[in-house]
Ligand binder design. Structure first.
Ligand code: 3PG
Ligand code: MG
Length: 407
């Protein structure tokens, strides 16, 4: 993969695909981790006299056409403002993605300056399954950069998406991978190429369906799988436990049972919760009590891991030499139900070996719970992207960078 050091960018308009998909509360950014993670590449390119035009998505705008999506938002405005604060320089945001306003912002860039286009997903073609539609948008974006345009891929968290700005655009311009992408891929390689053992993987998050493919693959590499949070209730149910009104993917029970049997055959230890925090309903102030998994009431909903589970998970992490963690194990956004996720984060923080927090929600949890970021080797900016990498899939955004197009 070509690096930005090998790309001639001075005086050139660089279309920089970043992942600035930050969690928002209204228009307030609750975790700016992805914006901060994008700064090194941006600063390097600015220092080399590039004219950067950032392309990024935010959320999943809905609506049939451009106008409907642009009206519904979310706009990248708060992100552009935060980026500008962090960089200490202005970041003009176009009012559109590839229209007149974007062209004007691009034309106004001087060497060492930066602007952004609006949420790329306002353009329905960005996520289209139709190759020709995506290619059309990619060409319009290329036009913004002029005949000397460049492309830099730094949006690690979106590399698993076969989208116009991730997959199609790099093929049209001399391109390189940004430093964030290179760092992330280097860490994931360490996890896949002979990890030091025991290699312990902690998986949480809402749904087993999102994680079964990665579990299939991890059964060939990990020594121990700790499963908690929303997805663990389907595992408990597959073992015959009552889970009440807790999150459940009923239709996944047979697959989950197969995975448990396969883990057994391969000698991979699977660690499941032994007690749960049973709440009356989903809410920050819900009444709750700790209940063993063998006696869960039908009218309750689990929102967190109980104290015995927290201790068990910590014990199963204590001897690890390599850890990968993806997905909170409770509703950490509600302080009353954040103890499980905190216990996992702290136990991983005590591990002396390679510890990787895999993206999105878990990374935000670490920061929101105030766990020191330097207690981990690496906090990835990509949840889905790192999972798909560990599944052994070729990420479309990496495939597009490997095609050898010369500058
Ligand atoms: C993410 O938040 O996981 C990435 O930014 C990709 O977003 P997406 O899941 O909406 O494609
Ligand atoms: Mg996601």
């Amino acid at each position: 993969m070509r690096e930005i050091d090998d790309l001639d960018v001075e005086g050139k308009t660089v279309l920089l695909r970043a992942d600035l998909n930050t969690p928002l509360d209204g228009t307030r950014i609750t975790d700016d981790g992805r914006i901060r993670a994008s700064l090194p590449t941006i600063t390097k390119l600015l220092g080399r006299g590039a004219r950067i035009l950032v392309i990024a998505h935010l959320g999943r705008p809905s609506g049939a056409g451009y106008a409907e999506r642009a009206a519904g938002g979310p706009s990248l405005r708060p992100v552009a403002e935060r980026l500008s604060e962090l960089l200490g320089q202005e970041v003009p945001l176009a009012a559109d993605v590839a229209g007149e306003s974007a062209a004007a912002v691009a034309a106004g860039l001087a060497n060492g300056s930066i602007g952004m286009v609006e949420n790329i997903r306002f353009e329905p073609a960005e996520t289209s399954k139709d190759d020709a539609e995506r290619a059309g948008l990619a060409r319009r974006l290329t036009a913004l950069a002029g005949p000397d345009g460049r492309y830099v891929a730094d949006g690690f968290g979106a590399l698993h998406r076969k989208h116009a700005s991730v997959y199609d655009l790099p093929g049209l311009l001399p391109h390189a991978a940004g430093d964030l992408v290179l760092d992330e891929v280097a860490v994931l390689r360490r996890l896949t190429d002979s990890p030091e053992r025991p290699y312990v993987v902690v998986l949480g998050g809402a749904k087993p369906s999102d994680k079964l493919a990665v579990i299939d693959n991890l059964l060939g590499s990990a020594d121990r799988l700790i499963i908690g949070g929303g997805m663990s209730y389907t595992f408990l149910k597959a073992q015959g436990h009552e889970v009440g009104k807790s999150l459940l993917e009923e239709e996944m029970i047979p697959r989950v049972a197969e995975v448990l049997a396969e883990a057994d055959r391969r000698g991979v230890e699977v660690v499941l919760p032994v007690d749960l925090v049973a709440a009356t309903h989903y809410g920050p102030d819900a009444e709750h009590e700790t209940i063993p998994v063998t006696a869960f009431p039908a009218d309750r909903e689990s929102l967190d891991m109980g104290p015995a589970t927290r201790a068990l998970f910590a014990e199963k992490l204590a001897d690890a030499k390599t850890v990968f963690w993806n997905g909170p194990v409770g509703v950490f956004e509600f302080p009353a139900f954040s103890e499980g996720t905190r216990a996992v984060a702290e136990a991983i923080g005590r591990v002396a070996g390679l510890t990787v927090v895999g993206g999105g929600d878990s990374a935000a949890a670490v920061r929101i719970l105030g766990i020191p970021e330097d207690s981990f080797t690496h906090i990835s900016t990509g949840g889905g992207a790192s999972l798909e990498y560990l599944e052994g899939r070729r990420l479309p955004g990496l495939v597009a960078l490997d095609d050898g197009t010369a500058a």
